[in-house]
Design a protein around this ligand. Sequence first.
Ligand SMILES: [Zn+2]
Length: 248
Amino acid sequence: MPEGREHIPAPVKRAVLVEAGHRCAIPTCRQIPVEVAHIVPYAKTQNNSFENLIALCPTCHTRFDTGQIDRQSMRQYKVNLSVISSRYSDLERRVIEFFVDNPQQDTIFLPGGLQLLLGYLVKDGLLNIRAKLLPTLAGSIFTNDEYHLTEAGKEFVGHLRGNEPLADLIAWAEDYWPDGRQIFYEGNKPEIFAATIKDEFGLDVTTDASWAQVIDDDEGRSFMSRGFHCPVELLGNIYYSSRWPMGS
Ligand SMILES: [Zn+2]
C-alpha cells in the first residue's frame, strides 16, 4: 500500500464483498479468493466509495490493472452486479450463475418447495416453473421442480455473460422507486453530462436544487455534489448505464 493511501473503511469493504457474494464479480469467472479493486485508480481520485470498488479475483484484478479489461467494461460489470444483488436472492443468483456457466442448458431441476426463494426470477418472467413427479426406487413419490429459462431469461443470461446492460431487460425498478429516486453524477464533466441528459432524455438536471451543492467532507475539504431526481422510466438509461459514473 503506497504511503498516505487511506484504508478502505471496513463496512464499505464488507458491502463490496457481499455485493459480489464473496466471489469475483465477473460473471464468467466467479473464482475465489477475492480482492477489492478500485474502478478508477485510487491515486487518481482518492475515491474509496462503494460505487468505485468491485470484488475481483487476483487473475481478473491483474487483467484489469494491465489493461486487458478496460474501465468501461469494469463499470458495466459493477452496474450489472448491482442490478442482480439488489433484486435477487442468493439461490436466484446461483441459478443465474448456473445458466451463465452452461450456455447449452435451459432447464434446471431443484427440490420442491423452493418457489418462494425463486419468486423474483419467476415474477420478472425469466424463469418458468413446472412441478414434476418422479418415482423413487421404493415406489413412493417425491416431487422435484423443473425450472425453464424463458426467452427473456435466455436474453438476460446472454447479456450477463456478454457484459451487456441488464437494466432495460427488467421492469422492476418501479417496485422500489415508483416515483423515481435521487441519484448523483460522480464524474468530472458535469456540464457535458447535463447537456447530454437534456439532449437525449429531455431532463434538465441543472434546475434540480441538489445539482450544485457544496459538501464539506470530514477533513475540511469541500467538493461539489451533483445530485438530481431521476424519474423511474429513465433509471435504466441513466443510473444503470455504464456510460457515466453514477452513485446514489
Ligand atoms: Zn475473476
